[in-house]
Ligand binder design. Structure first.
Ligand SMILES: [Zn+2]
Length: 76
C-alpha cells in the first residue's frame, strides 16, 4: 500500500497515512476526524516541461523585448 500525505484544513494538521488507492480519497483526519482533508501531491508526480514552455507560450516573437509592443519606445 502506498503512503500518502494529507492536510486537514480544519485543524491545519499534516499527516501521513498508508491507504490503498481505492480509499485514497475517502480519508478523514486522524486528529479531528474531519472530512476536509486534501491529499498532497507527491514530488514525483510533478508535471514535466515547467519553465520555458510556460513563460514563452503566447508571447509574440516580433514585438521586441521592451514590452511596448509597437517599437515606439526607442529600445528597438
Ligand atoms: Zn483535522
Amino acid at each position: 500500500m502506498p503512503l500518502f500525505e494529507y492536510y486537514c484544513s480544519d485543524c491545519k494538521t499534516k499527516f501521513e497515512l498508508l491507504v490503498s488507492h481505492k480509499h485514497a480519497d475517502d480519508v478523514v483526519c486522524m486528529k479531528c476526524h474531519s472530512e476536509k482533508v486534501r491529499r498532497l501531491l507527491s514530488v514525483f508526480a510533478s508535471p514535466t516541461g515547467r519553465g520555458e514552455d510556460l513563460s514563452f507560450d503566447g508571447l509574440p516573437d516580433a514585438g521586441g523585448s521592451c514590452g511596448c509592443g509597437g517599437g515606439s519606445c526607442g529600445c528597438n
